[in-house]
Design a protein around this ligand. Sequence first.
Ligand SMILES: *Cc1c(COP(=O)(O)O)cnc(C)c1O
Length: 412
Amino acid sequence: MTMPKRGRDWAEVRAEMIDRGAGDAKWRDGKTAVYVFNAGPDIAEVQHEAYALYMSENGLGPLAFPSLAQMEREVIEMALSLLRGPEGAAGAMTSGGTDSITMAVKAARDFARAEKGLSGPANIVLPKSAHPAFDKAAHLMDIEVRRVPLKDDGSYEADPAAMDAACDAATIMMVGSAPNFPHGIVDPIMTLGEVAQARDIWLHTDACVGGYFAPFARMNGVDVPPFDFEVPAVRSMSADLHKYGYAAKGASTVLFRSEEYYNHMPFENRDWSGAPMKTPTLAGTRPGGAISAAWAVMQVLGVEGYREKQGLVCATRERVEAGVRELGFEVLGNPLLGLIAFRHPEHDNYAIYSEMYRKGWFTSLTIEPPALHLMLSPKHAEVIDDYLVDLAAGLETVAAGKEGPQVEARYN
Ligand SMILES: *Cc1c(COP(=O)(O)O)cnc(C)c1O
């Protein structure tokens, strides 16, 4: 495409945009279980309106926009109170989990350089199930990544003893997930914390997908193991608002146990022709709408609203567990939150996945082991029975040897 010489009519452009979406995954109907967190039309309206109210304002300028600075501060205060940040804990909003993780790795590295005499190469030690955002951050900063196999007891948890063995004097960070994305399992953060503390290594909890879910699941009676700042060794956490916080996209939080740790995150530069510039996170310009929409959704839902939504998601996950077991699938580990992975021991799981794809279900999968994967939203409570009916039919097709071609491996 080249730019139109004469501008087009907005009504026509708008109609074309809506038309283009017709071929997309049907997330509004609950047909996706990845990429989109569907908390229903009421919350979508809050996201839209709250985003639009501050869409032109810029989080880069807290002095110009004290409104945004206050909303960001309050989002962080709400986050720290949910995740048991101690007195003096600090944090910032970022553009997403990858941004939060990158900034936590940067802070840990700069802390190691400033306080622990690190001068040469650095490494981070993570379980095989940790998110690739750590690899991206490490790649950017020339840090070695040491991925450690999970426990081999079928729990799909990080293996603290094996991670201990992978650490050395150049290890600037250990990572645990709450939960990990592939299997939806919460790592044994308390035990990882004992290892980290004995070695005086920075422990990061990646609660990108669970940070705004697990606290409410716990209030609802789910026995979630310790994962947040309750664990003394946890120095930083990532928790995404644009996942189970039900905020508009472009909103995450990166949190630190203390101001001392936080202070290794911001970047300041005076050595250029312009005004001195100090930014807390990776971004320069920060969309005001992402901040205002997150703040608004948290205010509108409140603790009771989140508890209700996360309760619905947990109940839906339990229906999936029971339904897939009845069909002969095995659930991987013991998922407690909104994610679940399951595999059929006898049939080609990617063939079943492909049958589901052809029925309009857009979901993720896992490689180790090959399995189907769902990240559930409140909307799924309405459609999960349809999913299970289609799964039974898809399985039957594969079992009868009548399956169609497999869809290409998905990048998610
Ligand atoms: C989603 C996710 C990330 C990355 O977050 P983005 O917002 O997609 O950058 C990191 N870790 C876990 C566990 C996640 O689920």
